[in-house]
Every structure is written in structure tokens, then in C-alpha cells.
Design a protein around this ligand. Structure first.
Ligand code: CO
Length: 298
């Protein structure tokens, strides 16, 4: 009995000593008062090397600023290839880690990071890792929250399907739409199949194909034929209508989607509008940003 009471006392003393030790560096440092809270937003797009495509990203930034008046909104590009490419043209864009380091230096204490990606693939998970690594560094940003990509939760899929259908022009019989997703070997590629199912529940003439993975355009051409489509509208399922949309989708080369569809007997009509420039859809990214900002308060 006595010895256990003694060891409890000893433990309490040790804990008190430890607490003092932990508090010490703070007293010995730059003062114990925490810095005045300063909130910011960081939007992270994949990025684009096409100057005309930047309008979609600018539009998303303006919407974020309108949703949070007085909160500074910064921008980063997650693609190193894009950053390096445009750096050669004199356009400097920051990586997510650099943007967060700059914000820390400017005294931001809490930052909501919003991904402007379509699906939660590798690019998104890299941003999450970066944000986690940058959170709580000495004299850095105390709290960093993450806003999800467009097509993340089952609710997102449903909302995106409705928003995409609402933003497409009215079509008659014999007309179909093919949305060009990027595609990835990451498991998040399944988001395209989920969205396809949600679209088909409302409209059997809207298809998704991807540039880099499955389904490819070739896989859906038989479906377009079965539907009896003559005219096929092409538009990107990406925040911007960048290089993939302008070249792989609408370009004049023989292996572009427009050329392949033409060769298969369809009349292709390309619409170079990124999802960031379709207000019904871009609003959903801003909804995710609102969740991330709300999470700063928790
Ligand atoms: Co690509």
C-alpha cells in the first residue's frame, strides 16, 4: 500500500517536472504569447501551360474570394512539369510546399487548402502529405485543413452529375456528349465509373472516357454507335481546357478524339470549356472549400 502511494506521488512529481521542462523552451524563446490568428486560403490546381485555359483557374479564385471576403486567397500548381514548362516562358507558379512556406513567413496561422483536381488521385494525396508535413512547424502555420477534389464522396458524384448535365447545352436526337477525364492508374480512377453511372441514371447519351487510363475513347465508340449518335459533343472533365483538351481531344492530329470520331463516322463538336468555367460545377469546389474553412474552427 505504502509503496504504491509513494510511487503514485513520485509519478506525479515526475510529470510535473516534465511539464515544466516542456514549457521551458517557450519561455526561453521569443515569448509565450501565441501570434495573432491570421487565416488564409490556398487553392491548388494541377496547373496548365495554355494561357487561354488560365481563365478557369482565375474564375475559381474569384469565387473563393467572393465566398470569403477579406481572407487572402493564394494559388499553387501541383504539377512540377507544368511549373517548369511555364517557368521557361517567364511565368512563375509556386509548388504547394513553397506557397505554404511563403504563407507561414507572412504570419498565417491557419490555412484551408482546396484541391482543384477532379478526382482524389496521386496529385491530391501528394498535397495532403505536403499539408501534413507543413502543419505545426515551429513558427509556422498551426493548422492546415484540406478541401476534397470535385469527385470524392458519393454525395459529390451525385451533385457533380446533376451540375454537369445542367451545364451542357440542350441536345436533340442523334446527339451524344463525351466528357474527357484525365484518367489515372491510381485507384481513384473508379470515380469516373461512379460518375458515369450517376449520369446514365438521368441521361443515357452522356459518356465519360479518359486520356490516360480506362475507359479509353475506343472502348466507348461501340456504345456511341449503339445509341445511334451522329453528332458527338466533346468537352473536358477537368477544371481547365488545357493541353489535353486542345490537342488530345480537339486537335487536328489523326489520333485526337475528334479525328478518331470523324473516322468512325461521327460529327465531332469540341467545346473548350473547363469545369472551372461552368458555374454550376465550379460551385461544388467552393462548397468543398467552405467545408475546409469550417474545419479550421473545429
Ligand atoms: Co496529363
Amino acid at each position: 500500500m505504502r509503496s504504491s502511494a509513494f510511487s503514485a506521488l513520485l509519478r506525479a512529481m515526475l510529470l510535473a517536472a516534465l511539464a515544466l521542462t516542456l514549457a521551458q523552451p517557450c519561455l526561453a524563446g521569443e515569448g509565450k504569447q501565441s501570434p495573432a490568428p491570421k487565416r488564409g486560403i490556398l487553392l491548388v490546381a494541377f496547373g496548365t501551360s495554355v494561357p487561354e485555359a488560365v481563365t478557369a483557374i482565375d474564375s475559381l479564385k474569384q469565387q473563393a474570394e467572393a465566398a470569403f471576403p477579406g481572407v487572402p486567397v493564394r494559388m499553387a500548381y501541383s504539377s512540377k512539369i507544368i511549373r517548369d514548362k511555364i517557368a521557361g516562358e517567364g511565368i512563375a507558379k509556386r509548388a504547394p510546399a513553397q506557397a505554404l512556406a511563403d504563407m507561414a513567413a507572412e504570419g498565417f496561422t491557419e490555412v484551408a487548402v482546396q484541391s482543384l483536381h477532379a478526382i482524389p488521385g496521386k496529385e491530391f494525396h501528394d498535397i495532403v502529405s505536403t499539408a501534413r508535413a507543413m502543419e505545426g512547424m515551429p513558427k509556422g502555420i498551426g493548422k492546415i485543413t484540406m478541401g476534397l477534389p470535385l469527385l470524392s464522396t458519393p454525395h459529390d458524384i451525385k451533385a457533380a452529375a446533376a451540375a454537369i448535365l445542367a451545364s451542357l447545352p440542350k441536345r436533340g436526337k442523334g446527339e451524344a456528349v463525351v466528357l474527357m477525364g484525365h484518367g489515372t492508374e491510381h485507384p481513384a480512377n473508379a470515380a469516373y465509373a461512379a460518375l458515369q453511372l450517376a449520369l446514365w441514371k438521368q441521361d443515357k447519351s452522356v459518356f465519360i472516357a479518359t486520356v490516360e487510363d480506362t475507359p479509353g475513347l475506343d472502348e466507348i465508340i461501340p456504345d456511341l454507335m449503339r445509341l445511334g449518335a451522329r453528332t458527338v459533343h466533346l468537352t473536358p472533365l477537368m477544371s481547365v481546357a488545357g493541353d489535353h483538351a486542345r490537342n488530345d481531344m480537339a486537335g487536328p492530329e489523326a489520333d485526337s478524339w475528334a479525328s478518331k470520331l470523324k473516322a468512325a463516322g461521327f460529327i465531332p463538336k469540341a467545346d473548350l470549356t473547363g469545369l472551372g468555367s461552368r458555374p454550376a460545377v465550379s460551385r461544388l469546389w467552393i462548397d468543398h472549400l467552405k467545408d475546409a474553412v469550417k474545419a479550421l474552427d473545429q
